[in-house]
Design a protein around this ligand. Structure first.
Ligand code: NAD
Length: 356
């Protein structure tokens, strides 16, 4: 086997699992240890810190994915519950020798000085709705949490980019935006990456194909009014409508819209693996300046005929946060769906405004 062949095989293996240490057999039957380093594609320059506020289910999962992908030198988990973030951080850090990452994970009970200098902050703190609690009570409680977290974060990390995950998502993102007083390209929410992941996973199952090959766009608020766009859904470059019949596709769209509720019914609480991973994927696009195109809850300023509302739209995500909002040429039906969704979000935004 010549060097080119060794390199080619090494690259193939590295692609499968970058953490493996491989042994390749050479033409002369000598065994050559072939060390494939984990960090071959990961450039680290300045000390990088990422904070995740809320060490609950979503926050801890998000921190886990961020650390495993080595997106930062340090991942800080912060929670208001005494010792909770410290405990989660310690447990996660102890996976590092097994999972082979060296991003340090630390925990803090409400001490924001530990988060100082964070490049990206993910806000997952919030309460779930409890029995007897009205929607307005939930908005008021979670808005209080998101507002205070945002203010304290920016005191110590004035240059941070903020990703909101707490629900009700579109309105909590609006709340963080108002509290932050930052340009909107630095304050946005995670919902579309999760919702499209659900849509793509359901499609992969129905088509018996790899979810990797499914590309999709989904717009609107995070809830029943979201607008999956079959016209912009492809499977290995093939329009999905050529591979699946309309009734089956409609059923998948309906299941996607209720994807969160399906998990709540099964688990008695909301999802965390996919939400945490989705937020971490947005962090990665920013930290690595990947310029990825994702559906993100963004502040609209005339796009799609909508102004002053936070809603899911396709954007380009890079080191500066939202670097571009992409305007699709929607047909009348799609645009109507988007406007209906925006009206539903605006209604809840007005509830929040009325409380201030
Ligand atoms: P969780 O209850 O497991 O965790 C929430 C954590 O926030 C708790 O540990 C709590 O102590 C902490 N917290 C509360 N107030 C705080 C404060 N002032 N400062 C710091 N920490 C505080 O909940 P979870 O399952 O991790 O969900 C977190 C949030 O994410 C919820 O609002 C949930 O509805 C939302 N969520 C959003 C999406 C999405 O797609 N955007 C998906 C799933 C969940």
């Amino acid at each position: 086997m010549n060097q080119a062949e060794i390199d080619r095989r090494g690259n193939e293996e590295r692609h499968k699992d970058p953490r493996l240490v491989h042994t390749l057999i050479c033409k002369n039957k000598q065994i050559q240890p072939f060390l494939v380093t984990l960090r071959h594609s990961k450039k680290k320059t300045d000390y990088m810190k990422i904070t995740v506020v809320g060490a609950g289910n979503v926050g801890a999962t998000c921190a886990d994915v961020i650390a495993r992908r080595e997106l930062a030198n340090e991942v800080v988990l912060l929670d208001i519950r005494e010792n909770f973030a410290e405990g989660k951080a310690l447990d996660l850090w102890q996976t590092s020798p097994i999972e082979l990452f060296d991003s340090r994970i630390t925990g803090s009970t409400n001490d924001y000085s530990k988060t100082a200098g964070s490049a990206v902050v993910v806000i997952t703190s919030g309460l779930p709705r409890k029995p007897g609690m009205s929607r307005d009570d939930l908005i008021s409680t979670n808005a209080g949490i998101v507002r205070s977290v945002t203010t304290q974060i920016l005191e110590h990390s004035p240059d941070a980019i903020i990703i909101v995950v707490s629900n009700p998502l579109d309105v909590m993102t609006y709340c963080a935006y108002k509290a932050a007083g930052l340009p909107a390209h630095r304050v946005f929410g995670m919902a579309g990456v999760l919702d499209t992941a659900r849509y793509r996973a359901f499609l992969a199952e129905a088509l018996d194909c790899s979810p990797k090959d499914i590309q999709a766009v989904l717009m609107g608020g995070h809830g029943d009014t979201m607008v999956p766009l079959p016209r912009y859904t492809t499977v290995g470059g093939i329009p999905v409508t050529e591979l699946i019949d309309a009734a089956q596709l409609d059923a998948i769209i309906e299941r996607t819209k209720k994807g969160g509720g399906e998990i709540v019914q099964l688990l008695g609480t909301s999802a965390w693996y996919a939400p945490g991973a989705a937020a971490a994927q947005m962090v990665e696009a920013i930290i690595r300046d990947q310029k990825r195109i994702f559906p993100v809850c963004a502040w609209l300023d005339g796009e799609y005929g909508l102004k002053d509302v936070y809603m899911g739209v396709p954007v380009k995500l890079g080191r500066n946060g939202i670097e571009k909002i992409i305007t699709l040429d929607l047909n009348a039906e799609e645009l109507e769906g988007v406007h209906t969704s925006a009206a539903a979000v605006r209604e809840v935004m007005e509830v929040l405004d009325g409380m201030n």
